[in-house]
Each structure stands twice: as structure tokens, then as C-alpha cells.
Write a protein that binds this ligand. Structure first.
Ligand code: PMP
Length: 293
């Protein structure tokens, strides 16, 4: 259960340490534990090289700013990542880096600690689950009303809404829950959503209703490069059943076709040509930028 090593900077380790995950301890009064008062990032390594680390760190800084967690040492993430690669002998391996920063440990009170607590930092490097079947064959999704908060642009660790939605999807035999808010598809519980309608690729604009996914942004760039017409325009609930193609994007599983929605096939029920083209373009982009994949 507690395999591998973690980097932790917390009350017990103010300077930050790398130690076996099972030996690491943080305060039970950490605000991440008590309030879900923290933010996170997930970055993927291909052959040991981080894909779009700069973009992930920029988003992390933004999440910290938006939640007013005073932490201006985000560069520690790259150092911790390198240390974890070395200690776990994963310098040339694929991996997923999990980074979490909370407002720190303090007596329980909703208002920010005054004086501020030292933020708690956790960084872990784990293996990438095997998503090859999903990538190849595609997945089923179910739609649900988006009952999350109104700041889905912040990568908060408070994910109970996402957790409940994904569990419902799983129990309905699907791999992801697609949220619908005010009549439009927003995003998945842990992914962004794209659809193809009348030959045009569409995805929800990067406003407060979705997380601005790093993979989403990359896929939009690649679509433009490949001459696929793409729009950041929400897909209405009534348009979902008539989509020609659909797919999900996320750092962990890249581009995964959606072949079924609420029990009905999307298009002919197989991954479509635009999806395949963008999957290939994404792989090529990863190779170009990291030399891996
Ligand atoms: N939306 C949500 C709610 C997510 O949790 C994720 C993945 N963590 C994404 C979108 C995709 O973002 P990214 O491509 O940066 O992994």
C-alpha cells in the first residue's frame, strides 16, 4: 500500500526530505486533511523526461494564487521530482508525478491561520497504469448533472464531487462521468471532453466550469496544426446523442475515445478518424518534446 518514496515538506520536515512513503507523517490537523484546503498537479514522464512541466507548474502557481496559499517555491517540485527519480531508479522510466500543496497544519478554524502556517508539500512518483485497452478500443461514459462547485478551473484536492460521480459511472458500467451544467457538457470527473459535430472538433471553453487541461490545450494546438477545424464552444446536451465522435483527454491516459454515452453508441460505436488522428499527433508531439513514448 505504501510503496515507493515521497518527498515531504511538513511540520516534522521543515527542510523537506525524501523518505519511504510508509514512514512519512503529516499532522492530523493539516488543512488538506481537515478541509480539503489544498491544490495539486499530476505530471507525466516519458522515458524519464517530463512532458510540459513548465505548463503544469504555471497551472500550479495559478491554483495557489486563486486559493491564496502563500507558497512561492514551486521550483522545489522539479528538484523533488529529480530526487524521486534517482532514489527509485526511474531516471529513464515513464511515471506519474503527484504534487500536492496544502495550506499547512493549524488548529481547526475555517479562516486562514494567522499567522500563516507553512504549506505542506507532498510529491510522489508512481508508475503509469496501463491504459492501452481504453486508448485502443475506447470507453463508455454516462452523463450526470454537474453538481460540483463553481471554481472547477482550480485544481483543488477537494474532489468529493468528482469521486462520487466517477463511482456512479463505474457502478453503471462506464469508465467516466461526463458532467452537464446548464444544458452543456463541461468535462469528465478527471478528464476534459471533446466532441466532433458536423466535422468540427469542439470542447468547452476554458472558463470557471472546467479545468484547463494541459492535454486539452495540446490537443487543440495539434488539431490546428493538422488542419482539423476546432472550436472552444460548449456542446449542448441535446447535441450529445448526434456527435460523430467524442474523446477524453488527461495527463494520465492522453487521448481516449468515447464510443458509448448513456448506453447509446457514439457514431458507429468505434473510435473515429479525427480521434485516431489526434491520438497519433499527440504521441508524435510527446516524442518530439521528450524523445520518449
Ligand atoms: N478535468 C479534470 C476535472 C481533471 O481532474 C483532469 C485531470 N486531472 C483534467 C480535466 C485533465 O487535465 P490534464 O490534461 O492537465 O491532466
Amino acid at each position: 500500500m505504501f510503496e515507493g518514496f515521497v518527498y515531504v515538506r511538513a511540520c516534522l520536515y521543515p527542510e523537506g526530505v525524501v523518505l519511504p512513503a510508509g514512514d512519512a507523517a503529516v499532522s492530523v490537523w493539516d488543512r488538506g486533511f481537515v478541509f480539503g484546503d489544498g491544490v495539486y498537479e499530476v505530471v507525466r514522464a516519458y522515458g524519464g523526461r517530463w512532458f510540459r512541466m513548465r505548463e503544469h507548474l504555471r497551472r500550479l502557481r495559478r491554483s495557489l494564487e486563486e486559493t491564496r496559499i502563500g507558497f512561492d517555491e514551486v521550483d522545489v517540485v522539479e528538484k523533488a521530482a529529480g530526487a524521486l527519480q534517482r532514489v527509485q531508479e526511474l531516471e529513464e522510466a515513464d511515471g506519474l508525478l503527484y504534487v500536492q500543496i496544502t495550506r499547512g497544519a493549524a488548529p481547526r478554524s475555517h479562516a486562514f491561520p494567522d499567522p500563516p502556517a507553512e504549506p505542506t508539500v507532498l510529491v510522489a512518483l508512481t508508475a503509469v497504469p496501463d491504459f492501452s485497452e481504453e486508448v485502443e478500443k475506447g470507453v463508455a461514459v454516462v452523463t450526470r448533472e454537474d453538481f460540483r462547485w463553481h471554481r472547477c478551473d482550480i485544481k483543488t484536492i477537494a474532489l468529493q464531487g468528482n469521486v462520487l460521480a466517477l463511482q456512479e459511472a463505474k457502478e453503471a458500467g462506464a469508465k467516466e462521468c461526463l458532467f452537464v451544467r446548464d444544458g452543456a457538457a463541461t468535462e469528465g470527473s478527471h478528464s476534459n471532453f471533446f466532441g466532433v459535430k458536423d466535422g468540427v472538433l469542439r470542447t468547452h471553453p476554458a472558463d470557471r466550469r472546467i479545468l484547463a487541461g494541459i492535454t486539452r490545450e495540446c490537443v487543440l494546438e495539434l488539431a490546428r496544426e493538422a488542419g482539423v477545424s476546432a472550436e472552444e464552444a460548449a456542446i449542448g446536451r441535446e447535441e450529445l446523442a448526434g456527435l460523430e465522435e467524442a474523446f477524453l483527454t488527461a495527463t494520465s491516459f492522453e487521448v481516449v475515445p468515447v464510443v458509448q454515452m448513456d448506453g447509446r453508441p457514439i457514431g458507429d460505436g468505434k473510435p473515429g478518424p479525427v480521434t485516431r488522428r489526434l491520438q497519433e499527433a499527440f504521441r508524435e508531439c510527446v516524442r518530439r518534446e521528450t524523445g520518449g513514448a
